[in-house]
Design a binder for this molecule. Structure first.
Ligand code: HEC
Length: 98
């Protein structure tokens, strides 16, 4: 059993699942910043900050993109809980407003 539990922990670490209570910013920096930039300036993926296309897109589009993936962006439905996705979208909105 202990072996199985350890295996579970390692498997979770491999996909880089953030802690359940991680803030939107922590989740963003762990899972999104390598493609969208630490300051949301974009990179492999489009910019997500103020005046970006996604600032004008509805919450539903952001949530769907994160959970289902889009184009070359992977799906995060098995990595993040619904609450974590909501926190992530809130974080993006705060940054876009700033
Ligand atoms: C492997 C690189 C990669 C990772 C990791 C990634 N994305 Fe993306 N993301 C992309 C690409 C590429 C697109 C453009 C997809 C398309 O339209 O074809 C995109 C599109 C988006 C869009 C839509 C923006 C627009 O203007 O259409 C949002 C919102 C978004 N990503 C948020 C996130 C969030 C939040 C995370 C972290 C959970 C994340 N992405 C992780 C590559 C990535």
């Amino acid at each position: 059993m202990a072996i199985l539990a350890l295996f579970g922990v390692l498997a979770a670490a491999c996909v880089g699942r953030p802690p359940e209570d991680a803030t939107g910013q922590e989740i963003y920096l762990q899972l999104c910043s390598n493609c969208h930039g630490e300051g949301l300036e974009g990179g492999i993926g489009p910019a997500l900050g103020p005046r970006s296309d996604s600032a004008a897109l509805p919450d539903r589009f952001l949530t769907l993109t994160i959970t289902e993936g889009r184009g070359r962006m992977p799906s995060f439905s098995s990595t993040l809980t619904g609450d974590q996705v909501d926190r992530l979208v809130e974080y993006l909105r705060e940054e876009q407003a700033g």
